[in-house]
Design a protein around this ligand. Structure first.
Ligand code: ATP
Ligand code: MG
Ligand code: MG
Ligand code: MG
Length: 501
């Protein structure tokens, strides 16, 4: 199966279980407190809260998610590992007050092992086990344990080996301090060359890239009250999320879950191929798939391989965000997109010798891979390419010089707050990008010093504003006009970024 077939078979499977298949919602979140849509369930929150009646009892979809800020931030792992993206698709199925744990887990197992043919031996399930000494809520999820115990026993496997207890952080989902919540059960995939079950079990809840979480089933069964108690909900819900690129990558690497000798990587999935091919053509470099264990002292080829992954990831993320109306900008989520875009441009130019215009050339292969699933990419193509190209041109004017300044600043052995600020203010280097560059050299950045410089600049902005008011007022303007005059982009962050936009 190729990536498109895997995605489709997930949706078809749940359609066959009476789920309505719905489109992905926008990356622009509907909830005011989110930076980006970061999980499949975001668009269904009103149904869980009981604010609205769900139009269906069961739904399934593939949801565009960005985890590059806020509660979920995977940006620093992108490129350095092979299974966290900034933008990824989360395949999901939901029950709104309809089926519960038994169906969700049993169907999950059926899809993975019967439809897709994943060897049962390689799968492990986690269940919630509270640490009462830490005041964790609720009880061990015996219901999920019993369901998994039957599933594994029926498959001829030992539940004691294949079921692993998980803590509150990984296995109890809460939307906030209060509101709907409940335990979850994650399915982990052993990707070690050997299918030895004891070894596979050790990898669960470790950071090993050879045993990764593929699917999370969340069971919303409690309401967290303000007094810290948990009351059972009258209507119980299911909310699941599976990493599409993870499954597609494992499928591709293992030749259909059969050969586990190769190092797994999401980027082996064909959904990344057109972009990788384009990067290779533009740079004349070859991707070899190495994954570093350290962040410093990287070889040239390791750097090239990281850069291919970063570019393919960032090009997808930025393209999808812009197509959903989140353009690169100076504030909030727009600045996150600008930071990701500048990282991508910087990586490509520094590590692969790419030129201005090459990053926007990656939009075409992204659309080739995803346009059929997310048609807004096709309809917004011109806007996406233009916005990226404009950023490449503006940032491209200061990038080379900025890298020279960075290199000079490293001579002292650490990047001072003043240098980081100069890079930010004059050369458009976001702080996290300077930190990334510093990490490559085993150096650190004085982030507190940077903040102090930012504060000084804000101070200067405030002082300048006062002077302008006085000037305007003494020139015989009315007080009201003088106040309006203050509004002309004097705010320091806008003024400095405006140079680069
Ligand atoms: P992990 O522990 O691997 O970071 P998670 O527990 O944060 O994953 P969930 O919030 O449970 O992830 O999301 C559901 C599924 O989405 C995960 O099981 C995983 O397959 C996938 N997923 C999560 N984060 C990413 C990411 N940054 N890139 C790709 N897939 C992801
Ligand atoms: Mg995570
Ligand atoms: Mg996890
Ligand atoms: Mg999880």
């Amino acid at each position: 199966m190729n990536s498109a077939e895997i995605r489709q078979s997930f949706l078809d499977f749940f359609a066959s279980k009476q789920h309505a298949v719905v489109p992905s919602s926008s990356l622009m979140p509907t909830a005011p407190n989110l930076l980006f849509t970061n999980a499949g369930m975001n668009q269904f929150v009103p149904y869980f809260l009981g604010d609205q009646a769900a139009p269906w009892k069961r739904v399934a979809d593939t949801q565009k998610c960005i985890r590059a800020g806020g509660k979920h931030n995977d940006l620093e792992d992108v490129g350095f590992d092979t299974y966290h993206h900034t933008m990824f698709e989360m395949l999901g199925n939901w029950s709104f007050g309809d089926y519960f744990k038994k169906d969700s887990l049993t169907w999950g197992w059926e899809l993975l092992t019967k439809v897709w043919g994943i060897p049962p031996k390689r799968l492990f399930a986690t269940i919630y086990q509270p640490d009462k000494s830490k005041g964790d809520p609720a009880e061990r999820d015996e219901e999920a344990y019993a369901i998994w115990a039957k599933i594994f026993t029926d498959a001829g496997l030992d539940p004691a080996v294949h079921i692993v207890n998980g803590n509150k952080k990984d296995n109890f989902w809460m939307m906030g301090d209060t509101g709907p919540c409940g335990p979850c059960s994650e399915i982990h995939f052993n990707l070690l060359p050997s299918d030895d079950e004891t070894e596979g079990r050790k990898g669960v809840n470790s950071s090993s890239p050879r045993c990764i979480e593929i699917w999370n089933h969340v069971f919303i069964q409690f309401n967290a009250n303000a007094d810290g108690t948990f009351a059972p909900l009258a209507a119980k819900h299911v909310d699941t999320g599976m990493g599409f690129e993870r499954v597609a990558g494992i499928h591709a690497t293992t030749r259909g879950f059969k050969d586990f000798s190769a190092e797994p990587s999401n980027y082996n999935a064909d959904v990344f191929k057109p972009t990788f091919d384009r990067i290779a053509a533009l740079s004349g470099k070859t991707y070899t798939g190495t994954v570093p264990t350290e962040r410093t002292g990287l070889s040239e080829q390791q750097t090239i391989d990281i850069t291919f992954r970063v570019l393919a990831d960032h090009a997808r993320c930025v393209s999808c965000a812009i197509a959903d109306g989140i353009l690169p900008g100076n504030e909030g989520r727009n600045y996150v997109i600008r930071r990701i875009l500048r990282r991508g441009i910087m990586y490509g130019q520094k590590n692969l010798g790419l030129k201005t215009g090459d990053f926007s050339a990656l939009v075409a292969p992204v659309i080739e891979s995803l346009g059929a699933v997310f048609p807004e990419l096709k309809t917004q193509r011109v806007m996406v390419e233009k916005a990226i190209r404009a950023e490449e041109e503006s940032f491209g004017r200061t990038l080379d010089k900025g890298l020279q300044i960075f290199n000079r600043a490293t001579a002292a052995g650490a990047i001072t707050g003043a240098s980081a600020f100069e890079l930010y203010d004059t050369y458009g280097f976001p702080l996290d990008m300077t930190q990334l560059l510093a990490t490559e050299r085993g150096l650190s950045v004085d982030a507190a010093g940077f903040e102090a410089e930012m504060e000084k600049q804000r101070e200067r902005g405030r002082a300048a504003r006062k002077t302008d008011v006085i000037v305007a007022a003494t020139e015989g303007e009315s007080a009201a006009e003088a106040t309006q005059f203050v509004g002309y982009g004097i705010d320091s962050t806008h003024a400095t970024h405006a140079k680069l936009v």
